[in-house]
Design a protein around this ligand. Structure first.
Ligand code: ADP
Ligand SMILES: Nc1ccn([C@@H]2O[C@H](COP(=O)(O)O)[C@@H](O)[C@H]2O)c(=O)n1
Length: 269
């Protein structure tokens, strides 16, 4: 798929770009936001699809951490930088990027390098226009202008002991931290910031998912709702964007009744 910009109009392979259905997924650290997004993508049959052809894509808010100054990097290396405060993020870039996504444009986003506390110079993720875009992160509902862009808002609500028990091994094994660092950062920054900035945004959610990815009933209901919206092509409460032009058809002949697992998407021509 090739994407081009012509006089402000965005065209993909010669056809008008489509506005995606934008879903925000918030929740505390290690609540299971990424895992919930993965489950949604799996249930919509998207995980094994080539990146360029995916109709459901996921973007992480962590790709929008602002660049740190040399003295802030030193603080971060000592576990003394607050990555859970809204000021740690580049709000304008989040907003501008999501507006581009909603305009059906292809966007390029750096992966986040947790070991070096910086945006990756080497790993740039290309987000091709899609029908459904998931945007997940601890503070995706914090910024009012960003919050208004979502068509659906999910909050992954996992209890804090479970979150800490998951964060400790993850940060040690995947993010290059030691136990003292993880616990100090958690007590000094992560926990207080969750209570001050993240938890209060739960009230903005349309759906709260207790227990995260363990809650397969909630995930199935959400997936079914996404399918219904896409089939109708008329999402409720959509602000500023036109509905996604995607038809969700079961991969069966018209006479055959759909069965669970039949959820191949088909774009209209
Ligand atoms: N339901 C679950 N049961 C067990 N482990 C889980 C579950 N959900 C997530 N995890 C693990 O917890 C860690 C954090 O999950 P993740 O989805 O990355 O959370 P978040 O995106 O909210 O930070 C990961 O190591 C993940 O594999
Ligand atoms: N350099 C960084 C950047 C972020 N963090 C922590 O990541 C958490 C957000 O990611 P989740 O996958 O857990 O949602 C956040 O709580 C930051 O503390 C970090 O430790 N180092």
């Amino acid at each position: 798929m090739s994407a081009t910009k012509l006089n402000g109009d965005h065209k993909i392979n010669g056809t008008e770009a489509k506005a995606p259905f934008l879903i925000g997924v918030a929740g505390g650290t290690a609540s299971g936001k990424s895992t919930v997004c993965k489950r949604i993508m799996e249930k919509l049959g998207q995980v094994d699809v080539d990146q360029k052809k995916r109709q459901v894509v996921c973007i992480s808010q962590d790709s929008f951490y602002r660049e740190l100054s040399p003295s802030e990097i030193i603080k971060a290396e000592r576990g003394l930088f607050n990555f859970d405060h809204p000021d740690a993020f580049n709000e304008t870039l989040i907003y501008d990027t999501l507006k581009d996504v909603l305009a059906g444009k292809m966007v390029q986003i750096p992966a986040y390098d947790y070991r070096n506390h910086s945006l990756s110079k080497d790993e740039i993720l290309t987000i091709y226009p899609a029908d459904v875009v998931l945007f997940e992160g601890i503070l995706v509902f914090y910024f009012p202008e960003v919050r208004k862009l979502f068509h659906m808002k999910l909050f992954v609500d996992t209890d804090s002991d479970t979150r800490l028990a998951r964060r400790v091994p993850r940060d040690i094994n995947e993010r290059g931290r030691d136990l003292d660092q993880v616990l100090n950062q958690y007590m000094n920054f992560v926990k207080p910031a969750f209570e001050e900035f993240c938890s209060p945004t739960k009230k903005f959610a349309d759906v709260i998912i207790p227990r995260g990815a363990d809650n397969s009933v909630a995930i199935e209901l959400i997936v079914q709702h996404i399918r219904d919206i896409l089939n109708k092509g008329k999402p409720c409460g959509v602000r500023q964007v036109s509905p996604p032009k995607l038809v969700c058809t079961p991969n069966t002949s018209p006479s055959k009744k759909p069965s669970p697992g039949d959820h191949l998407f088909k774009r209209p021509h």
